[in-house]
Design a protein around this ligand. Structure first.
Ligand SMILES: [Zn+2]
Length: 493
């Protein structure tokens, strides 16, 4: 049996016990990218949030059908394609390919379906026809408009008042300012399809209604997206879908908070303040980016901060260090006996590991509180790192930390962190941070070589000055039994 959980519902504005339509199964639709430019850190917050949510649900034995669409027909795509002198659908395809590369690099799983507007036109036209039949829409001069006043429940999600609405859609035949376009008559240079109302293309909102019902049915469990989509997009989806089917649409509405830039502005290409995911992944491993999002509650606004990613990276490194040191511990005794004889730090590891599942799951089952769940992970990692200082830890700590290692594998399965081999991860950290700091690996190695020669010649002053020189570049030199090693100090933490 899958584990029960609670989830905030934007529709009721409360955290509620989640109940699926079909026991054990969850249908989830998430609004995806409008593909006219690269995925940036603002989009990635939604992508990581829902990817991790699905990952967690599956970890808890839910069967999930996860659908995330591409908006490949849109004003922004048409404008950008015209600037570039290519066809809009060609630009969209190129951006979809980039998006797939980016989310793979980010370590996200593929959704079960990724419908696109351009291949969903038949379903969209059928839904518009049904809305006209049922008295929720009217055709005029090649356009079709949704009659907002025909849907008494309009505004239930967003709290908007119909009388005060001015929908920005323009075109012929619109009766009142609140009505919005379901179908737009063709204009020169735009992609268009044949329809009962003449050649044209869908309005923005109808696509998600049509794709969600095709992939998940008229009624399904959870609809997700960024908070900026609540109005008008999701409000209009409800009006369209319920207007067409006569039954309820999504039961839960789950919205992630937005990444905000100084001055409270949204991150966006049009704002000129976007960091693309591919740029960030040049500088940081994917798990640092993932942790950066997950350490904040998904519903909170997330103010962008220069130090946030270095801090997140330093935190992931500490988790890996804890796992590495735990993996290196040996021993044959019972965990309880080790704890008893090695003192409080040892006992703390055992106690925290044994309480871990209950606390970790309780946090995630209460409105997917990843930030609280991670606080238990860090507490455990700190305890392991503290225990590792005990002089007998390496020799006898193995049985004691076995349970902590099991907890770390739960974290990987549930949240997608700590999924790498430690040395591979640390290697990636070195490469990316050296690149970020503009330092060549060969320069470090030749300085270390020079330091070795100085040490052999007992020129301690020279050896120390090389160490200081590297230190100033945030390269920490470590003399170990096995020889000289070095690591990059993660700055900004
Ligand atoms: Zn949508």
């Amino acid at each position: 049996m899958p584990a029960p959980f609670r989830l905030y519902n934007t529709l009721s504005r409360r955290v509620e016990d989640f109940t699926p339509i079909q026991p054990g199964h969850i249908g989830l639709y998430v609004c995806g990218m409008t593909v006219y430019d690269l995925c940036h850190a603002g989009h990635a917050r939604a992508m990581v949030t829902f990817d991790t949510f699905v990952r967690y649900l599956r970890h808890r034995d839910w069967s999930v059908k996860f659908v995330r669409n591409f908006t490949d027909v849109d004003d922004k795509i048409i404008r950008r394609a015209a600037e570039l002198g290519i066809e809009p659908l060609e630009l969209a395809q190129q951006q979809i390919d980039y998006f797939h590369e980016d989310v793979r690099a980010l370590g996200l799983d593929e959704p079960d379906e990724e419908p696109r507007v351009s291949t969903s036109i038949g379903g969209i036209i059928a839904m518009v026809e049904r809305l006209i039949e049922r008295g929720h829409a009217y055709a005029a001069d090649g356009n079709v408009w949704y009659d907002v006043r025909s849907f008494p429940n309009y505004g239930a999600l967003s709290g908007q008042k119909v009388d005060e609405l001015r929908n920005p859609d323009v075109g012929n035949g619109k009766r009142v300012p609140s009505d919005f376009a379901l179908w737009k008559a063709t204009k020169p240079g735009e992609p268009s399809w044949k329809s009962p109302w003449g050649n044209g293309r869908p309005g923005w909102h109808i696509e998600c209604s049509a794709m969600a019902s095709r992939c998940l049915g008229d009624s399904f469990d959870i609809h997700g997206g960024g908070l900026d989509l609540v109005f008008p997009h999701h409000e209009n989806e409800i009006a369209q879908s319920e207007g067409a089917s006569g039954c309820g649409y999504a039961r839960w509405w789950m919205h992630n908070g937005l990444l905000t830039m100084p001055g409270g502005r949204k991150m966006g290409k049009s704002e000129g303040n976007a960091f693309s995911i591919r740029d960030l992944l040049q500088l940081f491993p994917a798990e640092a980016v993932r942790l950066y999002y997950l350490q904040n509650h998904y519903r909170s606004p997330l103010p962008w901060d220069q130090n946030a990613l270095p801090t997140a990276l330093a935190m992931v490194c500490r988790l890996y260090e804890a796992r590495e040191v735990a993996e290196s511990m040996k021993g044959q005794e019972r965990a309880e006996d080790v704890a008893k004889s090695l003192g409080d730090d040892a006992q703390a590891v055992l106690d925290l590991s044994r309480a871990f599942d209950t606390q970790f799951y309780a946090a995630l089952d209460d409105d997917f509180n990843t930030s609280k769940a991670l606080s238990y992970v860090f507490e455990l990692a700190r305890a392991v790192n503290r225990f590792a200082n005990h002089k007998k830890a390496r020799k006898r700590g193995g049985p004691l930390v076995a349970e902590a290692l099991r907890c770390f594998s739960v974290v990987n399965d549930a949240l997608g962190l700590l999924g790498d081999d430690v040395s591979k991860f640390m290697q990636e950290v070195k490469e990316k941070r050296l690149g970020a700091m503009g330092i060549e690996r060969e320069d470090i190695e030749s300085l270390l070589e020079e330091r070795l020669v100085a040490r052999q010649a007992r020129d301690w002053a020279r050896a120390d000055s090389i160490r200081d020189e590297l230190e100033a570049k945030n390269i920490v030199v470590m003399d170990t039994a096995a020889g000289v090693d070095w690591r990059v100090r993660i700055t900004g933490a």
